[in-house]
Design a protein around this ligand. Structure first.
Ligand code: NAD
Length: 245
């Protein structure tokens, strides 16, 4: 299904993005992972190589339009098309508003929102020309319920939902589908970095009785990118075991 498809995954070096890269590569897609540093990109490539999977890697600043455009042009020169963009890179926050600085708030917005806009803006002209494309964003369950501290994070994911629903309407006429996956609590470094006293009760309260695995989210991306989802656009798909934070 994905043979010859060119898939760009931001934050593809670990966690959800890495597992998504693995799954698409197993499905024979041409996967391009992006990370924030050369060493993390190379480490992820090496890990996948050990599993017999080849992926390409770049590490542009996702807030620098000229670095992004240069990379996208290189990809187009090499493959001639970009079929799927997965905007997955993200950081979270958990401090109360009194302890959160303006810079910390902006840092979250810069990656979780502005980078989604920047990457999408860079690939959309090519997808429009192809009259085909899939854009998938990583939202979060906090985009539905908010969270009791770390306001920048839910604010950024509400914005991701806004981008998803609006671009689905704007780009539908070009046969470009735009959807998001809203993960619950998933076993990655992001969750490991949060205080145990915050995470443990959350996991205990998940009706499906377990923490989510990165593969649970990768599977949802694979489905939303597939022809089976060809009439699905503008959707925020919760993949959270019915968790409520
Ligand atoms: P992670 O920390 O394991 O991975 C984050 C990824 O983002 C890494 O590949 C990292 O290289 C990349 N990244 C971080 N800062 C970057 C920067 N400045 N520039 C470019 N790339 C950068 O986290 P994860 O849990 O795999 O998160 C992936 C996505 O899933 C995020 O958007 C996150 O908000 C979302 N999410 C995660 C959970 C969860 O429970 N883990 C829940 C809901 C949503």
């Amino acid at each position: 299904m994905f043979a010859e498809k060119v898939v760009i995954i931001t934050g593809g070096t670990r966690g959800i993005g890495f597992e998504t890269a693995r799954l698409f590569a197993q499905e024979k897609a041409q996967v391009i992972i992006l990370g924030s540093k050369e060493e993390s990109v190379v480490k992820a490539q090496d890990l996948l190589k050990k599993a017999g999977l080849e992926v390409e890697g770049y590490y542009p600043s996702l807030n620098d339009m000229s670095q992004i455009d240069e990379m996208v042009e290189k990809i187009i020169l090499k493959y001639g098309h970009i079929d799927i963009l997965i905007n997955n890179a993200g950081i979270s926050a958990n401090k109360k508003i009194d302890d959160t600085t303006k810079d910390e708030f902006e840092k979250i917005m810069n990656l979780n929102v502005n980078a989604v806009f920047n990457m999408t803006k860079a690939v959309v002209p090519y997808m429009k020309e192809q009259r085909e494309g899939v854009i998938l964003n990583t939202s979060s369950m906090v985009s539905i319920y908010g969270q009791p501290s770390g306001v920048g994070y839910p604010a950024s994911k509400f914005a991701v939902n806004g981008i998803t629903k609006s671009l689905a309407r704007e780009l539908g006429p070009y046969n470009i589908r735009v959807n998001a996956v809203a993960p619950g609590i998933i076993k990655t470094d992001m969750v490991a970095s949060l205080p145990q006293e915050m995470i443990e009760p959350l996991i205990k309260s998940v009706p499906l009785g377990r923490i989510g695995e990165p593969e649970d989210i990768a599977n949802a991306f694979l489905f939303l990118a597939s022809p089976q989802a060809s009439y699905i656009t503008g959707v925020i798909l919760s993949v959270d075991g019915a968790a409520r934070n």
